[in-house]
Design a protein around this ligand. Structure first.
Ligand code: ZN
Length: 74
């Protein structure tokens, strides 16, 4: 799938990336895009993914491609 991206050396799907950010499984996730920012910890490239942790919530999550830094817009 073209949507898959490499994060910390592993290929991840949008749902997998969202679950890493969320810390648990998510219901649905949009395509992964490149965020217009760099990681505050290692200056690496940051990926962005919109996802639904539950039916009533939509969250935009950010995850560094190189280290374990992540953040959401909550
Ligand atoms: Zn980083």
């Amino acid at each position: 799938m073209a949507d898959n991206r490499v994060v910390e050396g592993r290929m991840v799907t949008p749902k997998k990336l969202a679950s890493i950010i969320e810390g648990s499984d998510v219901m649905d996730a949009e395509a992964i895009t490149d965020a217009d920012r760099s990681c505050p910890d290692c200056d690496g490239d940051v990926l962005e993914v919109g996802y639904m942790p539950s039916v009533t919530e939509f969250v935009t999550g950010y995850k560094c491609q190189d280290c374990d830094w992540s953040e959401t817009d909550r």
